[in-house]
Write a protein that binds this ligand. Structure first.
Ligand code: ADP
Length: 620
């Protein structure tokens, strides 16, 4: 195995090792940073969530307290507002104040109308008038009028008048019927007459008049009846009659209609026992009852009303309170707890503001990622810098080893030949003059070879350490060629020089360019076995002067033509052993030519010879 291959392998092996270490040096910290990042982000997220949960739990407790006191206050309000006034008045007050969706007081609303026995049912005049009604309605109408007139009981008189109206309608006398109603039932004494079921006769009659009237006249009558029905402090209208009249007159115009309807629904359900002071189910879906302590009052609440009222409690807390009735599950994402004693079975919960939390977490993750990327970038940059440094150190170390190896190797042969020649001469006491001269010439040849070697080593060492100082001046290319020819040690046999006329001057360090040409000439000589035909040419090519050194030697394979310019590179070491050289000549050539802003290239064919072209820019 030759020196070059050995060195090459060491260098390549080492390079991979360095690359591997650097990769590990970057990958390992990067993986650690990423791992830490991941853990940190997760921990941070958990911690934030926990903190948030604690905060929300605190808020939830606060809200539970508020919910309790809200219901306490509601019960107290209901109790206070129910103290004064009759049943209907209390009903209207509580409902219109919005204290409940509906209310049941002991007197109002009620399903019973206070029905009584009919005292007139067995009176002969009453029975006679009723009989007459089917035979002669108008005669019956007169009979009824007569009964009403003499009757002191307002309810019986009212019923007689009601029967008169009925008879007039039967007789086809609508005007008289309406007149009778307007005259008797709109104001005054007959307003208070009730039928055996407890209903106010006047109100039913007013409704009848509205139906009998021409459409143009109904507005006033309707208004009048509407006011009577809507007045809870006036006639003690039974709730069933009021609800009927409201339905007839248009439910939407009565603010208490919904409450009346709800109360009726509740009463009809038959489960009207008053509850406790907590919100209890009524048995009707989505309807709850509350009975404030020490009042026989039942306040009714729709689920939606109760929830809406409680939800308003979170105003100002910047969170949304959710209230879940019994039998329902609170929203999954919510922090929840049982509502207070006022709401058995209910749950209150607040939503964690998911979006806000996520946005916060995202912002944090982003900042961590940036920090992580920064750390990775710092590690990578440091690793790169370290790699560069290592590479340089490695190169220098390899160079030193190569140099020492090459020097000792290349010096060995000439030094050994000189020693043998000198020893041979010394061994003879009177050496022959001719032989002595031959030996001395051989010694001189080895000496020159040694000098060239050492010269190349020194130049190379200077170039490598950047100690080579070029002194650029305007130089005549002809002088460069001449100087190179002078300095060379080989014979003139087979050598031709061809210099084009009128070559421009070049900006160059003359000595350095002479070294270039000498190295190329040395190589041409070394790598051309017999019958050497070596040509040196100098000619102009555009704005450049080209020096070409051509030989008819062994040539260089295309695959080797790039490599020969590398330091210590030799195509076939066995060939160069005799010729001398250590693979530095062409690397020196390339270095110098580049320093001149020029270029060197080779054209070669194995077995036929090579031509090296050195192009240097002409001085402007
Ligand atoms: P060396 O000191 O070995 O000549 P060089 O750097 O001058 O080193 O040349 C590198 C290698 O290039 C040589 O070993 C040789 O194999 C090849 N080489 C250089 N010049 C020629 C040429 N004119 N003909 C054939 N091969 C050449």
């Amino acid at each position: 195995m030759n020196l070059r291959t050995q060195l090459g392998r060491t260098w390549h092996g080492g390079r991979w090792l360095v690359a591997l270490f650097l990769l590990i040096g970057v990958l390992a910290p990067t993986a650690c940073v990423l791992w830490f990042l991941n853990v940190a982000v997760n921990n941070d997220r958990d911690a934030s969530r926990r903190k948030l949960e604690e905060a929300y739990r605190g808020q939830l407790k606060l809200l539970r307290g508020r919910v309790d006191s809200w219901w306490d206050k509601r019960a107290a309000d209901l109790e206070r507002e129910s103290r004064a006034g009759s049943g209907p008045v209390v009903f209207e007050r509580l409902v219109t104040q919005g204290l409940a969706d509906s209310v049941i007081t002991p007197e109002y609303p009620s399903l019973s109308t206070g029905a009584t026995a009919d005292p007139a049912a067995t009176r002969p005049d009453w029975l006679a008038a009723r009989l007459l009604e089917s035979q002669s309605p108008s005669a019956a109408a007169d009979s009824w009028a007569a009964i009403a007139k003499g009757e002191p009981d307002v309810s019986i008189a009212s019923r007689a008048l009601q029967a008169r109206v009925r008879s007039l309608v039967r007789a086809g006398d609508r005007a008289a019927a309406i007149h009778t109603i307007e005259e008797n039932f709109t104001t005054g004494r007959f307003l208070h007459g009730r039928d055996p079921e407890g209903r106010f006769i006047a109100l039913d009659e007013q409704l009848l008049a509205i139906r009998l009237m021409d459409a143009s006249r109904t507005a006033l009558a309707t208004r009048h009846l509407h006011d009577l029905v809507a007045d809870y402090s006036g006639l003690p209208i039974p709730s069933t009659q009021r609800l009927f009249l409201m339905d007839e007159l248009g439910a939407a115009s009565f603010p208490t209609y919904a409450a009346e309807r709800l109360a009726a629904q509740f009463l009809e359900s038959g489960r009207t026992r008053p509850g406790g002071s907590a919100l209890e189910p009524t048995g009707i879906p989505d309807l709850w009852k509350l009975t404030p302590a020490s009042t026989p009052l039942i306040a009714l609440f729709h689920t939606a009303t109760a929830i809406a009222g409680m939800r308003s409690l979170s105003a100002g807390l910047n969170i949304a309170l959710n209230v879940t009735p019994p039998g329902h599950a609170p929203p999954a994402a919510d922090e929840w707890m049982p509502a207070g004693s006022a709401l058995p079975g209910w749950q209150i919960s607040i939503s964690m503001p998911g979006q806000e939390f996520d946005a916060m977490a995202k912002r944090r993750v982003a900042s961590y990622v940036w920090i992580g990327l920064l750390a990775i970038a710092v590690v990578a940059i440091s690793a790169l810098a370290a790699g560069q440094l290592l590479r340089r150190q490695w190169r220098i170390a390899t160079l030193k080893t190569d140099l020492v190896a090459a020097v000792s190797h290349e010096l060995k042969t000439p030094v050994a030949s000189v020693r043998v020649l000198v020893d041979t001469l010394l061994a003879e006491e009177h050496p022959e003059a001719g032989k002595t001269r031959d030996y001395l010439e051989l010694i001189a040849h080895e000496n020159r070879r040694l000098s060239r070697l050492i010269e190349n080593f020194l130049t190379f060492s200077r170039l490598e350490r950047n100690r080579q100082k070029f002194e650029f001046t305007e130089v005549d290319p002809v002088r460069v060629v001449e100087a190179a020819m002078m300095a060379r040690s080989q014979s003139d046999a087979g050598l031709s020089v061809l210099i084009a006329p009128d070559l421009p001057r070049i900006r160059a360090d003359e000595d350095a360019l002479v070294t270039v040409l000498r190295n190329l000439l040395d190589n041409a000589w070394k790598y051309t076995p017999d019958e050497k035909r070596i040509a040196v040419r100098a000619y102009r090519e555009n704005a450049r002067v080209v020096f070409a050194v051509e030989d008819n030697g062994i040539g260089i394979a295309a695959s080797e033509q790039k490599r020969i310019f590398r330091r210590f590179y030799q195509v076939d070491r066995r060939l160069t052993r005799d010729a001398g050289g250590c693979g530095l000549g062409l690397s020196i050539v390339e270095f110098i030519v580049r320093a001149h802003g020029g270029a060197v290239r080779v054209r070669s064919e194995p077995g036929r010879g090579s031509t090296f072209f050195v192009a240097v820019p002409a001085a402007t």
